[in-house]
Unconditional design. Sequence first.
Length: 171
Amino acid sequence: MALVSRRARPALLNQRPGCGGLGFETGSSSLALLNQRGAAAGEPGGTRLSGVTSLDPAIAARLKRSADGLVPAVVQQHDTGEVLMLGWMDDEALARTLGSGRATYWSRSRQEYWVKGETSGNRQWVKEVRLDCDGDTLLVKVDQEGPACHTGTRTCFDADLLTSAEAPADA
């Protein structure tokens, strides 16, 4: 099973044990199979995927979208696990993300697609994309260049701590 439609469809989408989520990895051997050109020279993160045209219909059918056709995408730094931000994707944004190796989202406020870092330079180079077991959330693992948050901080989740580590577990 493949996550994206292509002329030659390598079976790179791996069924994950346990939850049953699906994963797309841009690791060295997987990327070499998916990207017939190989990683584009000079790109940090070394992931640029070619030939992606649209989501595989079987995967698109598994996505559980909001009323406006969107799926939340939790974005995580691939090597540290740090949660960077939450974005929104529809089928086209996901296909663009997989096709370019750059995180592409749907802006709910501007009603348009945006490639993270296109204007700010704070790019997200996609390493892996996973679909959760319910099909209603994406996990996008990236190599983040610069801050992820539009406020200029590394992550969107470092400002408002609602609980502390000292809070009692049974409270």
